[in-house]
Design a protein around this ligand. Structure first.
Ligand SMILES: [Zn+2]
Length: 312
């Protein structure tokens, strides 16, 4: 049952480590992955008092060629031992990596695995605004949660995530609030993490990430609660979503939007609340006066072949 849930949740990335972890448990295999040591060297202590430990390096990384403009949040879909093992990128056919791992221990720990000045392989096939592959332009955080659509994030994890995001955003002021994103935002129709229970609204109250103004949502609910397909597509594209062609593409993009901004009902249907929320976000963040000028486009052509094999 667990395996079925895992496959449903993360679809591809974490099936292997989970099976590996389970086989280790069942068979008592001595090569089963192990959790990070309880005592790791301290990489840094932030202004907010957050301790970041230095974990194992990851082979799922490479030199960074583009500006950092996006922060991507994930849930692992696997336990700590399996996730820590996989994120070291040792499997040549499954090279993944991450900048930071937030554990589910009590209290949660933050473990650095790839330095911010390098690219970590965490986004996979992805798109957002002018970016076609987000690895080059992003920092990634993996949070241990078997399924953020089912299991609430622990209060301790929320506090740590807020501090970690604040620290990253302080160091990287080029990341706008609208570019603090879910994996599901940038991999529309492919990923559903960090899940419906990720506390986006709470984070935005701490100045992390974007959120619509309630008064704007209320106003649009009265004045413009509907939109035809062409306008919906334009609004979603304006906000940043990569909307594929056709009705199916639009449906999936609406679903991705709802996962982040209206998780109460994710059905791909642009009901009045969804439309009003989308209009309010575009008004707040994507009007001409408020859109930050994007950094120069990163050349995406000469990617090494191995990147294509990553399934994060
Ligand atoms: Zn993910």
């Amino acid at each position: 049952m667990l395996r079925i849930v895992m496959n449903k949740v993360h679809r591809t990335a974490w099936a292997a480590p989970l099976i590996f972890a389970l086989s280790g448990l069942v068979g008592g295999c001595s090569t089963a992955p192990s959790s990070p040591p309880a005592k790791l060297p301290l990489a840094t202590k932030t202004e907010t008092g957050l301790k970041i430990e230095q974990g194992a390096n990851s082979l799922g990384s490479e030199a960074r060629r583009g500006p950092i403009q996006v922060l991507v949040l994930h849930h692992t879909g696997g336990n700590l031992a399996g996730s820590y093992d996989v994120l070291q990128g040792k499997q040549s056919n499954h090279r993944v990596g991450i900048h930071y791992l937030v554990t589910d221990e009590q209290p949660p720990r933050v473990i650095a695995m790839v330095p911010e000045n390098k690219v970590a392989y965490h986004a996979g096939k992805s798109g957002w605004r002018q970016f076609e592959s987000l690895n080059q332009n992003s920092i990634g955080i993996e949070i241990i949660n078997l399924d953020g659509n089912i299991h609430p994030y622990a209060p301790g994890q929320k506090d740590v995530i807020v501090k970690l995001c604040a620290d990253i955003l302080r160091r990287n002021p080029t990341i706008a609030p609208t570019e603090v994103l879910a994996h599901s935002d940038i991999a529309v129709g492919r990923k559903i993490d960090p899940g419906l229970l990720f506390p986006w609204a709470e984070l935005s109250a701490q100045k992390i990430g974007a959120w619509p103004l309630p008064e704007d949502v209320a106003a649009f609910s009265k004045t413009a609660p509907t939109a035809n397909a062409a306008e919906l597509r334009r609004l979603l594209l304006t906000y940043g979503y990569a909307v594929e062609a056709g009705d199916r593409g639009l449906h999936l993009a609406i679903e991705a939007f709802q996962r982040h901004f209206r998780p109460r009902k994710v059905d791909g249907v642009a009901d009045p609340e969804t439309v009003a929320t989308l209009r309010a976000l575009v008004k707040r963040y994507r009007t001409t006066a408020t859109v930050p000028s994007p950094a120069p486009l990163v050349p995406t052509a000469p990617r090494p072949a191995k990147v294509g094999k990553i399934k994060p």
